[in-house]
Design a protein around this ligand. Structure first.
Ligand SMILES: Cc1cc2nc3c(=O)[nH]c(=O)nc-3n(C[C@H](O)[C@H](O)[C@H](O)COP(=O)(O)OP(=O)(O)OC[C@H]3O[C@@H](n4cnc5c(N)ncnc54)[C@H](O)[C@@H]3O)c2cc1C
Length: 462
């Protein structure tokens, strides 16, 4: 026996897809690395905290309750604490390889006819002097601490960078009792009217955040950036400065904001490792999909932020469409797109808004000017900006050669964090690295791969 559909990722996209397919009689196995379903947006408190009080954003609570209850009532086989490291194509379908167990080293497999990649995205943080000090966290990391651990990164925080994620982070921290000394956004608000049409649907949400920022007296510094984080053993403050119309720091505008925590983020990138190793075509940095959310690899669908960063509502719409498409295709039928017209409309709106937000929230054009040669760029291998810059006169013309010459991107995260910075510092095209595995795998697991019987078969049970 085998499962019909393996959904990788139990965030908004994966949940919507699993439920849509299961409702149509498809056997679904939903796999996630996290201890509970929900993904980033609906992240639940860690099980050890013994609290069910979810920190779900107000406008998503009803959706979360509906998804959670529907999942509990469904026959979907949920496998949490399963980190997928590879999906293998075989003659009779696809095998999902995961690591599980208390130390995350026990192999587990799920064999399926179809796979949906709903693996979400990850944050980009561009380096600046002092960014490796304890007390500096990513914006999403601060949010994950708040939602998953019910902890805050410090009594006084600055939230900085660019992108819509800064808003829930600043308001979430303030609501949790943190004094948010400033929300520092590098985008120039005069660019907003250019994108007003595409962003019209986001206005109520934006107004809600604006009201909460006002209520918590969070000062907003637009067209500003963090130029340096200060401290010896840990963060004691940040220097922020105004930007000119070309994205350069305006001399004389620097000021020090004392704080214990800096939550910083410069946008997000899609998770494409599993898609890349399966050979799926990428469209820029995202997995390319058709109108049914199918990739160009037979039996593989993708939905949510793996196919482009766009928020939870877009992920839900894409997941729903993917689930319905999979259900029809696995039954040998051609789906009728009219059946999911409302989701398709939500997807079109969501993609238009995502495009506008992407154009609006670009990091300051000259951010790399402020990166001193001794600033660490690749944290895993501790490669400073000076070494990365020196790779150019040594003949590096692409990211791969910079990597070979400097070791930037060769560590644990395999360049996920530093690749955008290395590309900007060297002027190389920011092409995604192709990684054979989505996470490091113990050698013993690899060696046992093709032995029979398989280490621990987790085929669908129904
Ligand atoms: C850290 C962080 C915090 C965020 N917080 C917010 C927020 O508060 N508000 C907001 O509006 N947006 C937030 N976002 C944006 C958020 O990603 C989306 O809006 C939304 O959750 C996307 O839904 P999704 O289903 O595409 O992906 P996600 O919700 O990201 O879900 C993807 C799921 O896939 C799982 N996964 C990924 N790779 C693997 C693998 N190899 N094996 C097993 N499981 C895997 C992950 O554990 C995750 O549960 C956050 C993003 C990040 C990165």
């Amino acid at each position: 026996m085998r499962t019909d559909l393996a959904v990788i990722g139990a965030g908004p996209a994966g949940l919507a897809a699993a439920l849509a397919a299961a409702r149509r009689g498809i056997r679904v196995t939903l796999i996630d690395a996290a201890p509970r379903p929900g993904g980033q947006y609906f992240r639940q408190p860690a099980p050890g905290l013994r609290t069910e009080h979810a920190q779900v954003p107000r406008n998503g609570r009803r959706t979360w309750t509906r998804l959670r209850d529907a999942l509990a009532a469904s026959p979907v086989d949920v496998r949490t604490d399963h980190q997928v490291w590879c999906v293998e194509r075989e003659s009779d379908g696809l095998t999902v390889h995961a690591l599980t167990g208390p130390e995350g080293r026990e192999p587990a497999e799920v064999r399926a006819t179809a796979v949906l990649l709903a693996t979400g995205g990850y944050e980009t943080v561009l380096p600046f002097p002092g960014w490796t000090l304890p007390g500096v966290v990513t914006a999403g990391g601060a949010q994950a601490m708040l939602k998953g651990g019910i902890v805050t990164p410090g009594p006084t925080a600055v939230v900085a960078g660019t992108g819509p994620l800064l808003l829930p982070v600043a308001t979430g921290l303030a609501a949790a009792g943190v004094r948010v000394a400033a929300l520092v956004e590098s985008t120039d608000p005069v660019r907003l009217p250019r994108h007003a049409g595409a962003l019209a649907g986001k206005l109520p949400e934006a107004a809600g955040y604006a009201a909460r920022l006002l209520r918590h007296r969070v000062p907003v510094l637009a067209r500003h950036t963090v130029v340096r984080a200060h401290g010896e053993d840990r963060l004691t403050g940040v220097t922020v400065a105004a930007l000119d119309a070309h994205g350069r720091v305006r001399p004389g505008t620097e000021r020090l904001l004392p704080c214990d925590a800096l939550a910083v983020g410069h946008g997000m990138l899609p998770h494409t490792d599993l898609a890349g190793s399966l050979g799926c075509r990428l469209d820029g940095t995202a997995v390319a999909v058709d109108a049914e959310q199918r990739t160009d690899v037979p039996g593989v669908w993708a939905a949510g932020e793996a196919t482009g960063i766009g928020g939870a509502a877009l992920a839900l719409a894409e997941g729903h469409i993917a689930g319905r498409s999979i259900a029809a295709r696995l039954r040998g039928r051609t789906p009728d797109p009219r059946a999911w017209a409302p989701a398709a409309r939500a997807r079109a709106q969501g993609r238009a808004a995502a495009g506008a937000l992407d154009a609006l929230h670009t990091p300051p054009a000259h951010w790399a000017d402020g990166v001193t040669d001794d600033t660490v760029v690749c944290r895993c291998e501790e490669v400073p900006a000076g070494a990365v810059r020196e790779a150019l006169p040594l003949g590096a013309g692409d990211l791969r050669t910079v990597r070979l010459l400097t070791r930037a991107g060769m560590g644990w995260c395999q360049g996920r964090l530093c690749a955008p910075a290395v590309a900007a510092l060297t002027g190389c095209a920011p092409t995604p690295y192709r990684r054979p595995f989505a996470r490091p795998v113990p050698l013993g697991v690899l060696a046992a791969q093709h032995d029979r019987p398989r280490p621990r078969s987790e085929e669908g049970s129904s």
